[in-house]
Ligand binder design. Structure first.
Ligand SMILES: CC(=O)N[C@@H](CC(=O)O)C(=O)NC[C@H](CC1(C(=O)N[C@@H](Cc2ccc(O)cc2)C(=O)O)CCCC1)C(=O)O
Ligand SMILES: [Zn+2]
Length: 631
């Protein structure tokens, strides 16, 4: 009897009891696969995924039969409505099998891809290619890594991705959504999500445009006017001067152009600007690695924390313990023994294939939680571990809730928890307290340098995090057709990030696929929202900790008050609508960029003054990726 609420409660209890087993087995099989990619482990993972989907289908279809509108209990209503979305499990069995094979193929292609030197070793992304992108100033090497990675991954995924889009949309429709983008957006329980996101983006754009203009000037100074157009996009791959004898696409194009009789070549577009390397990251999503080129006060460089960590003989385990201590200092829950026994904290040395992209795992049995990370001893990896431990803390806090509510208030909350903590960890006060810097006092110029370092990570990330799902939403809703995937990707990269590809791209390429979350079908707007949310939460926690003074100097370490505020939110999981959860911690019911702007105010003031002094143009009115050469 689907009108009876008591029947519904029995149904939900039955779901609860059976789900734990099914989900735990699926997580175990997934973990075994991504930590040891073999045919056997793949078959086992696919089998357990089918079982999980059958289970979801059984309960999802029945949950839809209950007359929820007639029910009184808000918890029962919320549970039943969440059960109704069964995602890909709605597909007919044979198509679900195909879909799961496609998902496994895309994620595994990404994880196993390598770029091979002409005669010599093949390098995987982590840590080797990422190391090249972060530290090399040899443009031949940088272009080789950047282009090689896209050839090895993006190109391989193009056709499969087209089928992935079809089946994703079919699954979404079978769940009552117009396309998969709509299903992804539904996790935020808001019918004004897209407008709210655009509003946040507009608020943050001045900050990004000022940073972009300033960085462009610094790169212009470093690489020279023939590489950087001060009114144009930043070539996404900032290479040093092309050493003599470098033959690239561009070199060849220029050579050909010079050979042509003048009248013929005048009609042609000038060749691409010579390639330039990424600002220190394979996707130009973070520019921290070019801080040395853009430091506002170069006479006061920040201390190299990676070097200090290595000097103090930090090991991966110590990095995890450091994070554990921080969460404990807030009075939050300790990680259980299973965590330390079952996690993978370093890349295995037995030559197995595995997925190194870091991740935090909930095994849905209230006691088994793990992190998988191919940890290197660097400050980036230390911060990433704090981020992952934020996921673990959330898992711990909501572990006794119904399995239906064991998720973040929304996906951005999941992401923001760990990132909020990193804002304290990276504060000068905390680094000094933990012996990771020795410089006692930070003067106002050093503070601007510090904020520049944070901005190169967080502000540079804004347009990237926004466009990642703008692209996929348009692919899912058909605005972007499959024959123009790559040019539309670069149109968005130009429009929002003001970046150009370093060498000509074609529709043989599929550059979006070179990013983990696109090959692994992980939504990304969560990171854009988390970026704004983490500063809003940081402000609230700092206030609760009794912090006085500028927000960027706050460190909530050891604050039980801040910890209590955070705990009260985390243990709610997704049992309450996220505006209610946000209000509990900040007093506001809307995500606001105010705290982020407050945090970066000193830097924005400095940037605006500097850009005015230089007469900078904000944005890239010379929007072409081609240079008006001197030909
Ligand atoms: C079983 C499972 O998948 N679990 C989920 C968690 C869950 O859903 O429960 C999970 O662990 N996802 C992995 C993912 C890893 C990282 C990532 O991918 N980050 C983004 C964006 C970004 C960039 C800068 C930054 O400072 C913070 C984030 C990127 O690198 O582009 C890589 C290192 C950092 C976070 C993550 O932790 O979010
Ligand atoms: Zn995360």
């Amino acid at each position: 009897d689907f009108y009876n609420e008591t029947v519904a409660k029995t149904f939900l209890q039955f779901y609860e009891n059976t789900t734990r087993v099914v989900w735990n087995q699926f997580m175990e099989a997934s973990w075994n696969y991504v930590t040891n990619i073999t045919k056997k482990n793949r078959e086992e993972m696919l089998h357990k995924d089918m079982e999980r989907s059958q289970h979801m289908l059984f309960f999802g279809t029945r949950a839809r039969l209950f007359k929820i509108a007639r029910f009184q209990d808000p918890v029962v209503k919320r549970m039943l409505s969440k059960l109704q979305n069964i995602d890909k499990a709605a597909l007919p069995k044979d198509e679900l099998r195909e879909y799961n094979k496609i998902l496994a193929y895309m994620e595994t292609t990404y994880s196993m891809a390598q770029v091979c030197l002409n005669e010599g070793p093949c390098l995987p992304l982590e840590p080797d290619l990422e190391e090249v992108m972060a530290t090399s100033r040899d443009q031949k090497e940088l272009l080789w890594a950047w282009q090689g990675w896209r050839d090895a991954v993006g190109r391989q995924l193009r056709i499969t991705f087209e089928r992935y889009v079809q089946l994703s949309n079919k699954a979404a429709k079978l769940n009552g959504y117009v396309d998969m983008g709509a299903l992804w957006r539904s996790k935020y329980e808001s019918d004004t999500l897209e407008q709210d996101l655009e509003q946040l983006y507009q608020e943050l754009q001045p900050l990004y445009l000022n940073l972009h203009a300033y960085v462009r000037r610094a790169l212009h100074r470093h690489y020279g006017p023939e590489f950087i157009d001060l009114r144009g996009p930043i070539p996404a791959h900032l290479l040093g001067k092309a050493p003599a004898g470098l033959v690239t696409e561009v070199g060849r194009a220029e050579e050909a152009l010079k050979q042509m009789p003048r009248k013929e070549r005048d009609g042609l577009p000038p060749p691409l600007s010579p390639p330039t390397p990424l600002p220190g990251n394979m996707w130009a999503q973070s520019w921290v690695n070019i801080l040395d080129l853009v430091l506002p006060f170069p006479k006061k460089p920040p201390e190299d924390i990676t070097k200090i960590m290595r000097g103090q003989h930090w090991k991966p385990k110590k990095m995890f313990i450091e994070a554990e201590k921080f969460y404990a200092s807030l009075g939050l829950l300790p990680t259980p023994p299973e965590f330390w026994k079952n996690s993978m904290m370093e890349r295995p040395t037995d030559g197995r294939e595995l997925e190194c992209h870091a991740s935090a795992w909930d095994f849905y049995n209230s006691k088994d939680f793990r992190i998988k990370k191919c940890t290197e001893v660097t400050i980036e990896d230390l911060l990433s571990i704090f981020h992952q431990m934020g996921h673990i803390q959330y898992f711990l806090q909501y572990r006794n809730l119904s399995v239906i509510f064991r998720a973040g208030a929304n996906p951005a909350f999941e992401e923001a928890v760990g990132s909020v903590i990193t804002l304290s960890v990276f504060s000068h006060k905390h680094l000094l307290n933990r012996g990771l810097v020795s410089h006692q006092h930070q003067d106002s110029e050093e503070e601007v340098n510090f904020l520049m370092g944070i901005a190169l990570d967080k502000i540079a990330f804004i347009p990237f995090a926004y466009l990642m799902d703008l692209f996929r939403w348009k692919v899912f809703d058909g605005t972007i057709q499959k024959d123009v995937y790559n040019q539309e990707w670069w149109n968005l990269r130009l429009k929002y990030q003001g970046l150009c590809p370093p060498v000509p791209r074609t529709e043989e390429d599929f550059d979006p696929g070179a990013k983990f979350h696109i090959s692994a079908s992980v939504p990304y707007i969560r990171y854009f929202l988390s970026l704004v949310l983490q500063f809003q939460l940081h402000e609230a926690l700092c206030k609760a900790s009794g912090h006085m003074g500028p927000l960027h100097r706050c460190d909530i370490y050891n604050s039980k008050m801040a910890g209590k505020l955070l705990e009260d939110v985390l243990k709610l999981g997704s049992s309450k609508p996220w505006p209610e959860v946000l209000e509990k911690i900040t007093g506001q019911t809307e995500v606001s960029a105010k705290a982020l702007m407050t945090y970066f105010k000193p830097l924005l003031n400095w940037l605006v003054t500097e850009n005015v002094r230089q007469g900078e143009i904000l944005g890239w009115p010379d929007f072409s990726c081609y240079f008006e050469e001197k030909y």
